[in-house]
Design a protein around this ligand. Sequence first.
Ligand code: SF4
Ligand code: ZN
Length: 316
Amino acid sequence: MKCKRCRRAEAAVDLPSHHAAFCTDCFFLFFRRQVTEGIRKLRLLAPEDRVLVCVSGGKDSLVLWDVLMDEGYETEGLYIDLGIDGYSDRSKEKVLAYATSRGKTPIVVDLAKEGIPIPEAARCVRMQECSICGTVKRYFFNRVAAEGKFTVVATGHNLDDETARLLGNLLHWQRDHLARQHPLLPGTDEGLVRKVKPLWRVSEVETAAYGFLKGIDYVTEECPMSEDATSLVYKEALSRIEDRMPGTRIVFYKGFLDPSNPLRKGPEAAAPADAVGTPRACAACGAPTYAETCSYCRMKERVRKARSLRAAPVSR
Ligand code: SF4
Ligand code: ZN
């Protein structure tokens, strides 16, 4: 099959959802155009932005960093070492190797050194790893960005991630979550840095193809904690629908983002669901919060208490 764009070279990537197939060079153009259109349409980034790209070692975040650098944005990478045996070391290796190949040194936050490695913290407080991980990652994304004077934090969530989240929110009628779901969460004067998801228009398959054809070496294994993640069930369901009806995912998500959709309040609804009043500084760390202390500090305190209880000798 010939490339649908240049009509000369053999097609290397077949994209049924776009009724297209492209040779490698035309696919690079197509993919980058999808990302830049996604950025332009929702005004995610400005040319003068300093972008902190959160990189996990997986394909999405490394591809995002690659595209943003190629598009001329000023970027630095942030890697958070979650302290997951084996997996974290392998992911970090990929991040460091990629960064070196582009003349960069990523910022690394080591959760073991911060006293909150995810698996051990989850055991201590008997919570799901992913809920702790979400809180901790969000905290460091914002803290590193604020301390480093970045104007925006970018994550590698793609169309599959966003539609799986949307389906989950709809199935459970999570109205607050639906109101806030958007590829752009604006910053606030109180210290929340703007957050964007520039890959919202491209699928997981397209991102993987871009990474592979570009020769980006990423970690292919899933995080071992993701096995029970319900988001994988939603992704699988949407993949089956997409296989039978190509293009459904993007129609689903674009329809949701339509400003006339009453379920969505838009990027201005950035405050968390439990937010009451105006944000203030966390009494322990100074991060923006709606409570006395931020959710990260509260979590860390719970882990500290659980650890000291475990360490205390049992009295008879
Ligand atoms: Fe964190 Fe869970 Fe994702 Fe693993 S699967 S990186 S623990 S949120
Ligand atoms: Zn705090």
